[in-house]
Ligand binder design. Structure first.
Ligand code: ANZ
Ligand code: ZN
Length: 804
């Protein structure tokens, strides 16, 4: 008898799948299309790490399961090969990304094949290839055409280590999400996408998307809806007025000063001669600051401008200050300061001795209760005081009442603000798609005509970024000097490249049309396959990639290119594999090389083991020990199939268990509860092989189908052994008979003299005599039956009490 040898079985089936086109999707006219998408990897290392494999295996099981359910599944994969990840890796190993990336891609592809994923490799994308990024540039041009791409000089996040601008989403607590360096602020000309215009739509759709709860919540927080009002303050002795954004219009009587961001455009005009030097100095100092210290709760600083605003409620003149705790990018870049009820304003007023007035009182306070040493910020229970005709109103009502009152005097406008900023998409790096714009002295910023795409990224040896804030491409005149597409005068290409996140914001549209060089995505194929039915990936992309993809999809819908606005009907975030309580990383030296494991145990065992580590959506701890248990299951399944007999009939109890197992594995697999599905299969196989009995063919046939999504090579081989010609993945999912699920066994509690001494599993209809015999055969019970039995109390399905 042949033992189970993954090293023979796995290559055999991988070759078969290729020969037979088993994994090739029926892209045109599928009966029942199902687009299963997994987040594509950055090929920014020599090979896949175990985290990639964990993520992909979970997606692959889901895709294979849907195929078994009878869908025409399309599961493509590709490489997010452009961008800083790959470029930094090239820099680290001293190679050129244009030479290194194809090698990495080749190795990734080999490993992915080795792991047995059901990937349709005919439809591969590689974002760094001109046949792909031609269309990334096309996407840029569509945004430009719709007025959604614009260039402005702005304070932007600059990572001094990566030497590039970062999007807000790439900054975590003031640190670069990639390298952890403190991010600086720089003032640079940058390209932006108007994602902020889409904030209301991006937020509203979250209510109905079938997405992981954590992911939706992360997006909601990031979009950051804030309802309030813009209030306008006239400036005494000036024509100018200052508009502030507040969520607490109710506190207007307590506004004792205004604060402008140091970058506010009115600062120059409002500053008095006496204050000019101090203000200029402070503005300069703010420019040099990085974002973390600006947003941190350090000692408040600021300078008086010399100007006074008029509080429309009290009629009083209140001083206008500038301070770095007010940010230009949010609201209107100006606030009314209410030190009595806002913590930051309170601290500021204390430092500079500005008046602090109570205008909201809690249930236990009155109008004159002193504020003590902090602001009173409760807006749930508070009522207005010291607020003229509004005294006594509850805060929540007063917000509206006061706004309406000020609206009547043209001093207010109700507005909704979003924290979401426009997306800064230009990067002063080399390894990305050149932004398709040409600057002409006469014609301005001219989009490259679509017929001239792609704007190819040239091979340049000096691709290293530097501190200058300009892209390495700007060192290559021979590349950027081109005629203006409109007037043919000498002009200059944009030398920045676009953000990697633009590459990945539309790749799912490309897969079904990956080989079409005429259009970015074919209309009919897109109609058939999109939106994506099931998307699985890491939650680290909750606010980056996933938000950008939704935005670009909406833009393309508005441009009339597609007829849906949400790209991913269902999204599930997978968990992470950790090792010894730590996230795996090269620096910690706890990285697992998947090749070594697949070599020793087989890809099927490794796949199944990864899924057995914990709930897929939570992840788990990688331990070296557990894999042998999973391998033993596969060995036993192999021998069970090999030894299975067709003689006689299957065992009734085993059959009942089989039906329960089919139900459970189906439900669990659908819910990505792969670990419990595997446990159920193992338990079932134990029942099949109890006391080393010879299994009946009908007892193992369905188990092969249940195992198929998890251990595809072994399942194919077993399926063949059981006499089938085609792939197990075309065999369908076994059905269970609901009648077989009814439990006909119960646990009977056994007592001796009223004390519980054991539990026996019995048929529901068991007789008292038979139950007694079983009970006495149980050692735990028999030990206590030392003298003559006086009486037996038998409650069917519940209890057997032996009195001695
Ligand atoms: C007066 C006030 C009174 C405020 C009060 C709060 C409490 P969210 O909820 O995040 O939208 N603010 C507005 N623009 C700002 C900016 N550019 N930089 C710094 N702070 C700014 O916060 C809105 C509140 O944050 C606004 O409401 C404003 O302070 C402040 F008892 O106005 B409030
Ligand atoms: Zn021109």
């Amino acid at each position: 008898p042949t033992p189970y040898l993954p090293s023979a079985v796995e290559p055999k089936w991988q070759a078969r799948w290729t020969e037979r086109g088993t994994n090739t999707a029926k892209l045109d006219a599928p009966a029942n299309p199902f687009y299963a998408l997994m987040m594509f990897p950055y090929p920014s290392a020599e090979g896949l790490h175990v985290g990639n494999l964990f993520a992909f295996t979970g997606s692959d099981i889901s895709a294979r399961f849907h195929r078994l359910l009878g869908h025409d599944v399309f599961q493509p994969l590709g490489f997010d090969a452009f961008g800083i990840h790959s470029e930094n890796y090239a820099l680290k190993v001293g190679a050129h990304p244009m030479e290194l990336t194809p090698k990495n891609v080749a190795n990734f592809t080999r490993q992915l094949g080795r792991a047995g994923f059901m990937v349709d490799w005919n439809q591969k994308v590689d974002t760094s290839r001109p046949d792909y990024y031609k269309w990334t540039q096309w996407v840029f041009l569509q945004l430009h055409k719709q007025g959604l791409a614009y260039k402005k000089a702005a304070a932007v996040n600059w990572c001094p280590t990566d030497k590039t601008v970062l999007a807000n989403e790439q900054v975590e607590n003031g640190l670069c999400e990639r390298c952890g360096t403190a991010v600086e602020q720089r003032f640079l000309e940058q390209w932006f996408f108007r994602i902020s215009e889409y904030a209301p739509r991006l937020l509203a759709n979250l209510d109905w998307l079938d997405w992981s709860h954590v992911t939706r919540q992360a997006q909601r927080n990031w979009i950051g809806k804030s309802e309030g009002a813009e209030l306008t303050f006239s400036i005494a002795g000036h024509d100018a007025s200052v508009t502030v954004f507040t969520t607490r219009a109710d506190t207007i009587y307590g506004a004792t000063y205004l604060v402008l961001a140091p970058e506010h455009p009115l600062v120059g005009a409002l500053t008095s001669d006496a204050q000019r030097d101090a203000v200029a100095q402070y503005v300069d100092a703010t420019k040099k600051q990085d974002l973390i210290s600006r947003k941190s709760s350090k000692e408040k600083t600021g300078v008086f401008t010399g100007a006074y605003a008029v509080n429309p409620a009290t009629g009083q003149n209140i001083p206008v200050w500038i301070a770095d705790y007010v940010l230009m990018e949010y609201g209107t870049g100006a606030i009314m300061a209410v030190p009595g009820h806002d913590e930051r304003d309170f601290e500021f007023a204390q430092v500079f001795n500005l008046p602090i007035v109570r205008v909201v009182a809690g249930p236990d306070d009155h109008a004159d209760t002193p504020l003590g040493d902090s602001a009173f910020t409760d807006d749930e229970q508070g009522r207005l005081v010291n607020s003229g005709e509004f005294d006594g109103l509850a805060v929540q009502d007063a917000k509206r009442t006061v706004t309406t009152w000020l609206e009547g005097q043209q001093h207010a406008k109700a507005v909704t603000n979003f924290r979401l900023h426009d997306w800064c998409i230009s990067r002063q790096r080399y390894w990305g798609p050149p932004i398709p714009i040409i600057y002409c002295d006469d014609c301005g910023a001219v989009p490259v005509p679509e017929s001239q795409l792609p704007v190819e990224l040239p091979f340049i040896p000096d691709f290293k970024p530097d501190d200058s804030g300009i892209s390495p491409l700007a060192r290559h005149e021979e590349w950027y000097r081109v005629p203006c597409p409109t007037c043919s005068k000498p002009a200059r290409r944009e030398t920045d490249v676009s953000d990697t996140f633009l590459d990945s914001a539309w790749y799912f549209l490309r897969y079904p049309s990956a080989n079409n060089s005429d259009v970015p995505f074919d209309a009919a194929r897109t109609q058939t396959w999109l939106p994506v039915n099931s998307y699985i990936g890491g939650n680290e992309h909750a606010v980056l990639h996933l938000l950008y993809s939704r935005f670009i999809t909406m833009v393309l819908k508005d441009g009339g290119f597609i007829d849906f606005e949400e790209p991913f009907t269902r999204f599930r975030a997978h968990g992470m594999i950790i090792r010894e309580g730590a996230k795996m990383s090269k620096s910690k030296g706890n990285v697992i090389n998947p090749d070594v494991y697949m070599e020793e145990w087989g890809a099927d065992a490794f796949r199944m083991y990864l899924m057995f580590l914990g709930p897929y959506e939570e992840g788990g701890d990688f331990r070296d020990q557990g894999i042998s248990g999973v391998r033993r299951y596969l060995d036993r399944l192999w021998t069970s199939v090999r030894d299975a007999t067709t003689e006689g009939a299957p065992d009734a109890d085993v059959l009942r268990k089989l039906h329960r197992t089919i139900k459970k594995v189906g439900e669990d697999t659908a819910n990505l509860a792969y670990n419990t599905a595997i446990a159920a299969m193992m338990e079932y196989l134990n029942a099949v092989r109890r006391s080393d009995r010879v299994p009946h063919r009908d007892e193992v046939l369905s188990l092969v189908q249940l195992t198929a999504a998890y251990a595809p090579h072994l399942a194919e081989e077993c399926w063949e052994q059981l006499g089938h010609i085609g792939s197990v993945f075309d065999a369908g999912w076994p059905t269970f008979d609901p009648a077989m699920l009814l439990d006909n066994e119960v646990d009977l509690v056994v007592q001796v003299n009223g004390k519980v001494r054991g539990k026996i599993r019995v048929a529901v209809e068991i007789t008292q005599d038979a139950a007694m015999a079983l009970a006495l055969a149980d050692e735990g019970v028999a030990r206590f039956v030392t003298s003559e039995i006086k009486k037996v109390i038998f409650v069917p399905k519940r209890l057997l009490n032996i009195v001695v």
